[in-house]
Design a protein around this ligand. Sequence first.
Ligand code: ZN
Length: 259
Amino acid sequence: MDQVREKTRGRGASTTARAAKADPAPVSVSPIDLRAQLRDDIIRCVLMPGQRLKFDELRTRYDAGVGSLREALMQLVADGLVIAESNRGFCVAPVSIADLEDITDLRVELESKALALSIQHGDDAWEASIVAALHMLIKLESDITKAPHNGRLWEERHSNFHDALVAACPSVWIMRFRRVLFDQSQRYRAVSMMQSQTPGRVHKHREMMDLVLARDVEGSVAAMAEHIRHTAANVRQWLSLHGQDMATTEFLAEPDSDS
Ligand SMILES: [Zn+2]
């Protein structure tokens, strides 16, 4: 997270992209992991919103062929994380306040629906998995002040907790689109450098768990909606101050024909 802050503070999209280009050493991934690796780097803002995705750089970074990269990028276009423009190649999808609000509204709808169905269908094992996921989150919170660079691990455990809450939802389509929106909101948190691992936040998750285990559908859905909207409001505030240069892509700023 600190690395992202370093890249974005007070800089334009082109500058941030140049910073990103200079950073990590190439890593080798198998074709099957390529999409996941790219997706992860976009969600964590290692690849910044609006950044041009040049094949030469991606080939070096991921040790992958152009065909594999193109296929992976097209899949990420379908998830709304990458945009493609004919004859211009690919860019990481930009971020904007309007987009954030759109994502937030739809997320509240889908998470609420998934949670209500999950409470309706969940069994004892489902309850136990929620308790275990929260336990993992709490364990990390006690360590996070000693190791604040553990933001990525926090995001994993935070994601696991939210996944556990809705895991008994039987609707495949709700869960599919919920995942897309969850990833998008995670990217917005990363771009705004929100410190989601801040100690003390975990009590909100415990309150949510207690309502879910009590099978209080109305209370659980209200708590989930408040949680999502509260997070989005913080991100929105950050974007209104710092995010103007992330609303466009480098298609406009840096024409290139290498793709
Ligand atoms: Zn949460």
